[in-house]
Design a protein around this ligand. Structure first.
Ligand SMILES: *Cc1c(COP(=O)(O)O)cnc(C)c1O
Length: 438
């Protein structure tokens, strides 16, 4: 390390310490399992750390509720859990009034159910509406499932081409010729969506926060554009729920789906949530007609009759065990407020960008996420051709980011469990690993 590097690190360490001391949310970190170890966790956007309260809740549930109440538990509370937790999630993280959010299935399955229901409803009302609009940079499951729906319903997929980013210059700012095929797409903005929708659009499916770049879409504006074109819009909130405030009702959302194992710390494979605006619920028919979505679940009648309200979007038995842990994060969000979480998230990602500029840019690492915090979700993607090997090296030393092709190292900064000091320490390890792989 040169003395200039050492001075830069010292300045950043002072800054991290000042930011941690001034952070109103700093004490919440202690409520998470493992936050007292030296492990650096940059992947709360992929699988959040468990809260200590969740460990107790899971044990209590197995012993007292499952073990003690046995099948009586369904009547006593479990049947109601998808709706009760859904309402709590809607209130604390989605800006959704009660009666519009439910927990169940995986994100993939719920997206399939809602996109297909929306497609069928739009197409029945106007047979010219045959297109599902989705962007090329959307998460694979989103792209795959709309192709399946288009094939089975005689529709077609219309791909949005995201507007190239103005900071594409980053890619050449490091070492010219060394930065590989880096995707610096912003994501879907008003211009690119307007060019893709029209009288043939049935449904639009977009991610609020892009899983690779972290680009934060203007969900209110894009919803308006979809509605002006007469289309139904489905939002994928996987990378925003619990990190970026959403105002589903105020932004006039139609439908939304998201994960609970990312920023909501529900645990591996915890079930997803679905939001359906009250005005649409009784007009949509989802394709997996199961007994749990029927009007009278225990009538066991001869034919399926969909329930009124959110119950019709369920299919089978609610995954109760998977819904336990997320309740602790929802309680925490209630206490802290999603706006305060976002404020810390912006401070963390802004700090990470400053550290990347100071320590990593000289090694040819580019910031592949928006530099304007207003256009950025909760993670920062750093790109360099060696990032796959860098990730393996970091995991071996208990520094845990994740890798997304092409050449993207994702630094996920879960606001309630991550400190500024941890962020700096992890990025210093990235610098050493890039140097070693360089
Ligand atoms: C994580 C993620 C998913 C995951 O879907 P699963 O069905 O839970 O595997 C879907 N979409 C986006 C945008 C994601 O980030």
């Amino acid at each position: 390390m040169t003395s200039a590097d050492a001075a830069a690190v010292e300045t950043l360490a002072d800054e991290a310490s000042t930011l941690d001391q001034a952070d109103p949310l700093r004490t919440y970190r202690d409520r998470f399992v493992g936050a007292d170890t030296s492990l650096v966790y940059f992947d709360g956007n992929s699988l959040g750390r468990p809260l200590r309260a969740s460990v107790d809740r899971l044990q209590r549930f197995a012993r007292d509720e499952w073990g003690g109440r046995l099948i009586r538990g369904w009547d006593e509370s479990w049947m109601q859990l998808p709706f009760d937790i859904g309402d709590a999630l809607g209130r604390t993280a989605l800006g959704a009034a009660a009666g519009q959010t439910v927990i169940g299935d995986s994100t993939t399955v719920l997206l399939y159910k809602l996109v297909r229901a929306a497609f069928d409803s739009a197409h029945a009302a106007d047979p010219a509406r045959v297109e599902i609009v989705v962007d090329r940079d959307n998460f694979p499951t989103d792209r795959y499932l709309v192709e399946g729906i288009a094939a089975e319903r005689g529709g077609r997929v219309r791909w949005v081409v995201p507007t190239p980013t103005p900071h594409a210059a980053d890619a050449s700012r490091g070492a010219p010729g060394r930065v590989g095929p880096v995707s610096l797409d912003r994501g879907v903005d008003a211009e690119s969506l307007r060019a893709a929708v029209g009288p043939s659009t049935a449904v639009v499916l977009l991610s609020h926060v892009a899983y690779r770049s972290g680009y934060l879409a203007d969900a209110a504006a894009l919803t308006r554009i979809a509605h002006e074109a007469g289309a139904v819009i489905v939002w994928d909130l996987c990378h925003s729920a619990g990190s970026v405030p959403v105002q589903a009702d105020a932004w006039d959302f139609d439908l939304a789906v998201g994960c609970t194992y990312k920023y909501l710390n529900g645990g591996p494979g915890s079930p997803a949530f679905a939001y359906v605006a009250a005005r649409l619920q009784d007009r949509l028919a989802q394709p997996i007609q199961g007994w749990m979505g029927a009007a009278d679940v225990f009538a066991m009648g001869p034919a399926y009759e969909p329930a009124a309200g959110m119950r019709r979007f369920l299919s089978g038995t609610p995954p109760v065990v998977g819904m336990l842990a997320m309740q602790d994060t929802l309680e925490l969000l209630d206490e802290v407020g999603i706006e305060a979480v976002r404020e810390k998230s912006v401070a963390l990602t802004s700090f990470a960008v400053r550290v990347a500029d100071a320590l990593l840019a000289p090694h040819g690492v580019a910031v592949a996420s928006p530099r304007d915090a207003a256009e950025r979700g909760g993670h920062v993607t750093l790109s360099h051709p060696a990032m796959r090997a860098v990730t393996a090296r970091l995991w071996a030393q208990d520094v845990i980011p994740d890798y997304r092709d092409p050449g993207g190292l994702r630094i996920g900064l879960s606001p309630l469990s991550t400190s500024f000091a941890e962020t700096l320490e992890g990025l210093r390890a990235v610098e050493a690993a890039v140097r070693a792989e360089g």
